[in-house]
Design a protein around this ligand. Structure first.
Ligand code: KIV
Ligand code: ZN
Length: 519
């Protein structure tokens, strides 16, 4: 065992804002990224990979603002193996109390073929770029992308070069989710045994979930000596996603008896950040997802309920409170007052100023008038709506649809555009289609509807529906999400929410004179 690998502390490196956000459709706004970064820091994540600074102006600004504002965590930016990428990355992360540059290159035969470098040329590039990064920053992480499909001898050679050039963390990515637990462990063990200097650095594991083995592969790597796990909230990430932070952290906590390692995560903050990431990314959490799924702590069957009442440990290996699920799901209703709402929202992770509370209280009362019982999930949905609507360019003021067995259906809509009300009636193939046509008439745009998804927030016919909408323009995706007891109203608000995000995105990427046509 190497010196680092004999320590029991596992570093949690969160890449929700980089690898997670990079996944098609998961785009977050600047403010959403700032909010998630703050939540990650508060929950005790050690390193936040905040973005890929050279990818766009927006990414650069997000990384530098997160670097400026984060209190505790190391702030890391990603850079390809090019000087200009590394310089840009450093410009963004240098404002952090504890900055890190993460540079990478694909080392497997398939990836080496892309820049058309032979083994020696690539080794030289690694030496130069890691040295360059290290001259800028004393905390440098290097990754041989597609490490799990790289020839072992070559992998050892390049890892050694990166260590000699000054890398302080070596990350071993399973980029395509191809490895399996035993192989994941063997690879880390081999590197620790064979590479000179391995003793002085930390090995990280970065797994993708294409075969559903990301969590198992990450934990196996830790058992073999890796001391940094790269992961995302809810397992967000390209294709089948990345290792889920909540899974590895809770596995290490619950099975400390056989995996004696610790993290610095306050696990009681898991549920709130999971819900928030689901809301802002537009990727809902599957009901039966481990740890954070709606059903993860639900005991419906008679046998289970009976056992749970006698002794919770019969069917529960962890307590709901340990992951931040309130022990009681106190139901709110139209008689609940401001103080009760404030207390409940605080418990759910929303600490509101008085003016914010006033706004939410009005919405809460409107919801409680339509819905007898308001559950935690309803309030969380309400908060997601208020966050996305306040001060936006487009707002749904009025909507009435006429629908039934006779087509076409029609929608009367009043849309407030930049503070001015506009009214229109449009028809369509169903109430949602008619509503979207009405929005398009009032705010013409050329986008493709990449996703339209509805799911019920709670049970019952008066349940709110949460609608997610993704729109694509010039290959870029924006999302919107809204909830309402009326599915068509939720759809209109989600669509308009996505358009508001589109306006923000256009404003960031287009020259000033073109911007005028946006409003
Ligand atoms: O999956 C991967 O290989 C990556 C690298 C950039 C670390 O995300
Ligand atoms: Zn990745």
């Amino acid at each position: 065992m190497s010196k680092k690998a004999s320590e029991d502390r596992v570093v949690i490196f969160d890449t929700t804002l980089r690898d997670g956000e990079q996944s098609p459709g998961a785009t977050m706004t600047h403010d959403e990224k700032m909010e998630i970064a703050e939540m990650l820091d508060e929950m005790g994540v050690d390193i936040i990979e905040a973005g890929f600074p050279i990818a766009s102006e927006g990414d650069f600004e997000a990384v530098s603002d997160i670097a400026r504002n984060t209190k505790n965590a190391v702030i890391c930016g990603l850079a390809r193996a090019q000087f200009k990428d590394i310089d840009r990355c450093w410009e963004a992360v240098r404002h952090a109390k504890r900055p890190r540059i993460h540079t990478f290159i694909g080392t497997s035969p398939l990836h080496r073929a892309i820049p058309n470098l032979d083994k020696d040329q690539m080794a030289e590039r690694i030496h130069q770029t890691v040295t360059h990064a290290r001259n800028l920053c004393d905390n440098v992480q290097w990754s041989p992308m597609d490490a799990t499909r790289t020839e072992h001898d070559y992998l050892c050679r390049v890892v050694e070069i990166a260590i000699r050039a000054g890398a302080t963390t070596i990350n071993i990515p399973d980029t395509v989710g191809y490895t399996a637990p035993r192989e994941s462990a063997d690879l880390i063990r081999m590197l620790i045994e064979r590479v000179p200097g391995a003793d002085e650095i930390i090995f990280a594991t970065h797994c993708h979930n294409d075969l559903g083995m990301a969590t198992a592969n990450s934990l196996a790597a830790v058992e073999a000596g890796a001391r940094q796990i790269e992961c995302t909230i809810n397992g967000l990430g390209e294709r089948a996603g990345n290792t889920a932070l909540e899974e590895v952290v809770m596995a290490l906590k619950v099975r400390h008896d056989i995996m004696p390692y610790r993290t610095g995560i306050d696990t009681r903050k898991i549920m709130n950040i999971s819900r928030r990431v689901a809301a802002v990314s537009g990727f809902p959490v599957q009901f039966n997802k481990a740890i954070v799924g709606k059903n993860a702590f639900a005991h419906e069957s008679g046998i289970h309920q009976d056992g749970m009442l006698k002794n919770a440990e019969t069917f529960e290996i962890m307590r709901p409170e340990d992951v931040g699920l309130a022990a009681t799901n106190l139901v709110m209703g139209k008689h609940s007052g401001r103080a009760a709402l404030r207390a409940k929202l605080k418990e759910l992770g929303f600490d509101l100023a008085d003016n914010q509370l006033n706004d939410v209280f009005v919405r809460f009362k409107a919801l409680a008038d339509r819905k007898k019982e308001v559950y935690d999930d309803d309030l969380i949905a309400l908060m997601a709506d208020s966050a996305s609507e306040a001060g936006t360019h487009l707002q749904v003021k009025f909507l009435r649809v006429i629908c039934g067995t006779e087509a076409p259906q029609s929608a009367d809509l009043i849309l407030t555009i930049g503070g001015v009300d506009h009214q229109v009636t449009a028809q369509g193939d169903g109430p949602v289609d008619a509503t979207f046509n009405a929005i398009k008439k009032l705010f013409p745009h050329q986008t493709r509807l990449a996703l339209y998804q509805v799911h019920a927030v709670t049970e019952g016919t008066d349940a709110q529906a949460t609608v997610s909408v993704r729109l694509e323009e010039d290959g870029k995706i924006v999302t919107g999400q809204a909830s309402d007891t009326d599915t068509v109203v939720a759809s209109a608000k989600a669509y308009v929410g996505a358009l508001n995000n589109l306006i923000v995105r256009r404003a960031k990427t287009k020259p000033a004179d073109e911007m005028k046509s946006v409003s």
